[in-house]
Design a protein around this ligand. Structure first.
Ligand SMILES: Nc1ncnc2c1ncn2[C@@H]1O[C@H](COP(=O)(O)OP(=O)(O)O)[C@@H](O)[C@H]1O
Ligand SMILES: [Mg+2]
Length: 236
């Protein structure tokens, strides 16, 4: 069985669907990019996969021993989050919360895990710094380390490179690719179609036209060629 199987899913707000008939599955080791126009429902889909939001109808099945609280998540950045007044260490540690619900303290193992993930993201030297004083790229590394505290299996990333300059964007993509090579399954929302087809194994394109399949099939599909042309023309 796949890690995540989505069957006839409809999602939206107040029982009104903004997207229907979604069917796809994510297997261990996959790198799935979710692409589509602004407002097409990408973040809504991610929130629904995370059970932060009820589906309008349909099913999300999890398998391969994955538990609901074993999913690492890097949310789409908001201005409020950018100004969050906490230390790097505190933010990374808060990724351990999902393991046993809310507690005001952390165990020795959790502190060790946070330390390991800061080391992994090369931000250990920033651990006592205030999050809001960091650069955009450093902040994203902090959020990645935080997401890694929640999981060894799967990361959901909502536009992890938005607002980053090209050099830092490339570094971020390399980091994510390394994590995928280490066996972590990636589901990433992106509006960067060139990077999506470079790194992903599978593409889910949502909008008027829905496509799910391998990257190679996407490049040959109507949805894929149409979207790529539009992006190249600078419309979206
Ligand atoms: N909390 C909400 N309540 C009602 N509608 C919402 C809410 N959040 C987003 N929407 C609407 O749902 C649609 C999809 O939004 P979203 O999932 O954020 O798109 P994307 O991430 O692809 O840009 C948009 O039309 C948006 O206006
Ligand atoms: Mg979004």
């Amino acid at each position: 069985m796949a890690l995540i199987t989505v069957r006839n899913l409809a999602l939206g707000y107040d029982s009104r669907a903004i997207l229907e008939n979604l069917n796809f599955s994510v297997n261990m080791g996959d790198y799935l990019c979710i692409v589509g126009e602004n407002g097409s429902g990408k973040s809504t889909l991610m929130n629904t996969l995370l059970h932060l939001q009820e589906p309008v109808s349909g099913q999300i099945l999890i398998g391969d021993g994955l538990k609901k609280n074993e999913i690492g998540y890097l949310p789409q950045q908001t201005m409020v989050q950018k100004d969050f007044p906490a230390s790097v260490k505190e933010i990374v540690l808060s990724g351990c919360q999902g393991r046993c619900g809310f507690r005001p303290f952390y165990t020795k193992e959790e502190k060790k895990l946070a330390e390991e993930n800061m080391e992994r993201m090369s931000i250990l030297d920033l651990k006592d710094r205030c999050y809001r004083e960091l650069s955009g790229g450093q902040q994203q590394r902090v959020l990645l380390a935080r997401a890694l505290c929640a999981t060894r299996k799967i990361l959901l990333l909502d536009e992890p490179v938005s607002g980053l300059d090209p050099r830092v964007t490339a570094e971020m993509y390399e980091l994510i690719a390394e994590l995928n090579n280490e066996g972590i399954t990636i589901i990433m929302i992106s509006h960067d179609i060139a990077a999506s087809v470079q790194y992903a194994s599978h593409i889910l394109h949502i909008g008027d036209e829905v496509f799910y399949g391998t990257k190679d099939d996407y490049l040959k599909s109507k949805a894929g060629t149409g979207f790529m042309m539009k992006k190249k023309g600078g419309v979206a």
